[in-house]
Design a binder for this molecule. Sequence first.
Ligand SMILES: NC(=O)c1ccc[n+]([C@@H]2O[C@H](COP(=O)([O-])OP(=O)(O)OC[C@H]3O[C@@H](n4cnc5c(N)ncnc54)[C@H](O)[C@@H]3O)[C@@H](O)[C@H]2O)c1
Length: 268
Amino acid sequence: MANQLLDSKRGIIFGALDEHSIAWKVAERCKEEGAIVTLTNAPVALRMGKIQELGEKLDAEIIPADATNIDDLTDLFKKSMNSLGGKIDFVLHSIGMSVNVRKQKPYTDLNYDWMQKSLDISAISFHKVMQTAFHQDALSDGASVLALTYIAAQRVFPDYSEMAEAKALLESFARSFGYHLGAAKNIRVNTISQSPTRTTAGSGIKGFDTFFDYADKMSPLGNADASSCADFCVVMFSDLTRMITMQNIYHDGGFSSMGMNPALLNES
Ligand SMILES: NC(=O)c1ccc[n+]([C@@H]2O[C@H](COP(=O)([O-])OP(=O)(O)OC[C@H]3O[C@@H](n4cnc5c(N)ncnc54)[C@H](O)[C@@H]3O)[C@@H](O)[C@H]2O)c1
């Protein structure tokens, strides 16, 4: 179902690790819609993941960048503009990692050095990406910048731990930088609050499967999967959404508006 919504647009996609990654699906859909992209991930992920396979499939250059490192990001924007032949029309930030979650530290006993790292990777990197692009004037007029987030930024999901704070910070950067990029060059910045999705990052959260099923039953449309998230990203990158900015938009099958679903009540 390709409509060339992104005909000739140039994009940078962060965060495709393997075929389960949301960024992987987004990159594929962007290509189907006529975009040309570069792919990027942390050097360690390039060694461990399957991004080379995606690069070959999409004929996309892969440019290593640790999203917390300004030199890497500067190099990434420079190389992407060279490779794609001009300024960048869209960016997907699809990056998340919590050291405390990975090491199974309880929320009431967090290691603060690890927390700094988690916030840097999962949230401050988004500011770094936008600031680097801003300094290089690397984004085109009317470009669209997206990051992926989760509803734990607004409501309590105990096992999501410090990632809740990371996502709250991420969403705040979208609003604050959205002002500056919008005023300067009509550039849009938004976050998409996605359903639980079976990926490497998602499955790292304790009790993920139980929670996935709960959210699926609570949502009238069920959980939104990675492919439908990719469809939504395409729309947000397209010119059809040129007046939407500084928003956190739920892409969750209705979960965020539910109080209780009788289907779940009847189970207990
Ligand atoms: N899976 C879910 O349930 C879910 C739900 C809502 C939002 N999200 C968000 O979607 C985004 C993508 O996650 P995913 O579920 O596709 O999992 P994923 O594990 O496939 O992707 C996470 C990516 O972050 C990358 N990354 C980690 N550290 C990095 C660094 N220093 N520099 C650059 N990249 C780095 C990883 O290499 C990986 O590619 C994340 O922001 C995640 O929080 C996921």
